[in-house]
Design a protein around this ligand. Sequence first.
Ligand SMILES: C[S@@+](CC[C@H](N)C(=O)[O-])C[C@H]1O[C@@H](n2cnc3c(N)ncnc32)[C@H](O)[C@@H]1O
Length: 383
Amino acid sequence: MKAIELFAGIGGFRLACDELGIDTIWANDIDNNASKVYRQNFPETIHVQDDINAHISEVPDHDLLTGGFPCQPFSSAGKKLGINDVRGTLFASIVEIINLKQPQFFVLENVKRLLSMDSGSHFSTILNALSSIGYFIEWRLLNASDFGLPQNRERVIITGYRTNNIKEITPKLLPKNDTLNINHLSLKKVYDFSQWIDFSKHKSKFKIWGCAYDGKFIDIDIKEFSMALPPKYLYEVLEKNPDNSFFFNEDTKKRIEESIEVNRYYNGVEIRYNQKGGARMGYSIFGVKGVAPTLTSSTSRHYERYEIDGSYRRLTNIEYARIQGFSDNHCRNISVYDQYVLFGNAVPPALVKWAINQLTNTKGLSLDQLENTDDFKLTASSY
Ligand SMILES: C[S@@+](CC[C@H](N)C(=O)[O-])C[C@H]1O[C@@H](n2cnc3c(N)ncnc32)[C@H](O)[C@@H]1O
């Protein structure tokens, strides 16, 4: 199977594909540092450094299209510009390439806020576009902390597979054990296209799982991810003797004296102190017994303070790599400062590996198969 990687950054999707034996033959990104890292790690792949819109006709034939499209217009960390921002039109280049090349599969990634911003109208536009060109679309909100990584990082994964027969649909991001926790009447609606909702009638934010086809969708909130790996904690990935430059000085100690002890976990993140005494992240000093808060590309995040073995320091670039699931030296040809941006922007390979594998290597369960399992009968009878 052959893949292409759009908005490739430092190759998060690429690493996932490598592990699954999928060959990434073409990649694109506009950023200089990201391109340097990509080329050094993956010299065998054709990598074009430029605006994607100038290269659409060069994209080679492929079976799987991947891409974490730019999240600034959607990100809760960025400005809340919404779908009218011109950067949003980069999404249009994805649709254009899919239309032109008709890959069997695609997997896209974006920030959690995409599900809710503008009461879901942004996500509705995206799904409507993707589902109207002959693909069965499925999305799911996933957290890096469920994939053996010490980070609370929620990301929406949108998958598609080409089909012109809605009766063929079998959700693949909904493992059997997850379906056992869903009211079986809601689950039946998933398999009954007549119950799906027209995108023009959609009103509010989208739920954490759903699927779409031909301008219609159905969505469900799911409480647990049954395939989660055992948790990993921040203290397990720390460097032993980080350079002095990562440690904070007297100024921080003064701030800490002014702070209030919190000692609480918020979304799995240990918060030791902050200036308000609540679980809010502002001016927090984190502990390492939980997971890291979402790493981002914004500079302020790189200077967040952690209490580690009685000292106060920020996380190192190597710890950023480990928290995101990359090798320590993945960005070795880039300055320490710039590495934070690249790792903060990247997709954790383990998270998308799961989605790509589910989409391309599993059959999914038909309603018949579900209804015929003893587990399902047992659960169904309790509703
Ligand atoms: C969220 S990051 C994707 C990171 C990537 N998934 C990874 O694992 O590193 C979005 C990427 O889109 C790139 N980008 C932004 N505008 C672009 C454009 N017009 N053409 C191509 N790439 C662009 C940025 O440079 C950035 O690397």
